[in-house]
Design a protein around this ligand. Structure first.
Ligand code: ADP
Ligand code: ASP
Ligand code: MG
Length: 402
């Protein structure tokens, strides 16, 4: 008897028929003798709809009440799935965050699961299926919390860890992790096995098939994950701690996101302390600066500083820069029509020339690079947003990912 956590995302439970289909998948697992914890998301589009309701009342809707509102989506799917299983004569029961309880810490809308009471669910698993709502928890004060968008993945991994499950299967609307989003890049190829590090980079850089914090927890506790389709029987992608990475390929995948904005301060005085004066107030306001580039101007007395931030922080950043009396510059430009395109691969460490190959390829297609950042297993560039898909396709060709 194997204990498994199966997580079903929004599209997988998007209609009543699909919920019935999911119930049949679970029935198959039970009949194969497995103990099942099913973690479910809200029906596709539901969380966005609820979020928009809150925005219609107040752009700055109270965070505590937002969690009460958003968590309701998962409650609906839990009950429907439990009902569908009971109809199939499979013993099943749903539990909400406070009934288990799923304890979280941290701020509303972005909490972290820290513990839960495993005993009563473990007992029930002996002859029944436990249905758990993803994305939600409860604080030490007894308030309902949510753990960030896409958070049902993190719930699934936390349950797999705390219940010592053999696997954590992420059922979704694609049949695995691809070299890039298969819905946007048709030449993208399915990856059979991927290391936690590579998956963490890909998801942090825009591959939304797995939520980054879920991958991080899985990596920390060595929880093996399989990403697979709810709608086909094809083999999915295994995410695990790869001891023997295949270094024959330098690049495993290409991720992209359109979440960033670029800011350039031109004609900044070139003397010690200037960068600190620019970035200190941003840091205080918890604005995360990603890439930074400094060019020395021809007269050597001034410099231009370019940096990127999250697009959502642009207005706040503009405001802080305008009010900053400790910096002087000739001109400031903002560009929120940029994209970040990144290549990721554990094999990059041992393959020379990857950087050059990427830059040459983009240049050949007349794609201008506006900023660059690197780490051991990833290389990201900022480019104009309109070139995103062209760049991702080109990188597939260059690194033989098609
Ligand atoms: P769920 O609702 O099941 O959690 P998500 O929408 O969060 O599903 O994630 C699945 C989606 O992730 C796919 O439909 C696909 O468009 C997108 N995606 C982005 N990058 C990748 C990638 N590299 N591989 C697979 N899917 C990806
Ligand atoms: N329903 C939540 C969301 O849409 C959590 C999830 O689906 O993972 O973000
Ligand atoms: Mg998701």
């Amino acid at each position: 008897m194997i204990k498994k956590v199966l997580k079903f995302g929004g599209t997988s439970v998007g209609t009543i028929e699909r919920i019935q289909h999911v119930a049949n998948i679970i029935k198959g697992e039970v009949e194969a003798g497995n103990k099942i914890i099913a973690v479910v998301s809200a029906m596709a589009g539901k969380t966005n709809e609820l979020f928009n309701f809150s925005k219609n009342i107040d752009d700055n809707f109270d965070k505590r009440e937002l969690d009460v509102l958003l968590s309701s989506g998962e409650q609906v799917t839990c009950a429907l799935l439990a009902g569908a299983l009971l109809k199939l004569k499979i013993k099943a029961k749903s539990w909400l965050n406070w009934q288990i309880p799923i304890l979280t810490e941290g701020e509303h809308n972005n909490a972290r699961i820290i513990n839960m009471n495993v005993e009563k669910i473990n007992k029930f698993l002996n002859d029944g299926v436990a249905i758990i709502p993803g994305f939600q928890g409860i604080s030490s004060e007894g308030d309902i919390t949510t753990i960030g968008r896409g958070g049902s993945d993190a719930t699934a991994v936390a349950f797999a860890k705390l219940f010592d499950a053999k696997t954590c299967e992420i059922y979704t609307d694609v049949d695995g992790v691809y070299s890039s989003d298969p819905n946007k890049i048709p030449v993208a190829k399915k990856i059979k096995n991927i290391s936690y590090d590579e998956m963490l980079e890909l998801s942090s850089l825009g591959a939304k098939v797995m939520q980054p914090s879920a991958v991080q927890t899985a990596m920390m506790y060595n929880v093996p994950i399989e990403v697979k389709s709810t709608f086909t029987n094809r083999e999915g992608t295994k995410i695990f701690d790869q001891q023997n990475i295949d270094y024959s390929k330098s690049v495993t995948g290409v991720a992209y996101s359109k979440d960033d904005a670029k800011i350039t301060l031109m004609g900044v005085e070139d003397k010690p302390g200037v960068a600190a004066n620019i970035f200190e107030p941003l840091n205080k306001a918890q604005i995360n600066v990603d890439m930074v580039i400094q060019n020395i101007s021809s007269n050597q007395k001034t410099t231009d500083i370019t940096f990127t931030i999250k697009r959502d922080d642009l207005e706040k950043t503009q405001d802080i820069l305008k009010k900053n009396k400790n910096i002087e510059y000739k001109e400031i430009t903002y560009n929120d029509k940029v994209a970040k395109v990144s290549i990721v691969g554990a094999g990059m460490v041992s393959t020379p020339g990857v950087t050059y190959k990427m830059f040459r390829g983009l240049a050949d297609d007349k794609i201008n690079i506006l900023a660059i950042s690197t780490s051991e297993i990833k290389l990201s560039v900022i480019i104009n947003e309109e070139n995103t898909l062209k760049a991702v396709k080109k990188l597939h060709t260059i690194f033989e990912l098609e």
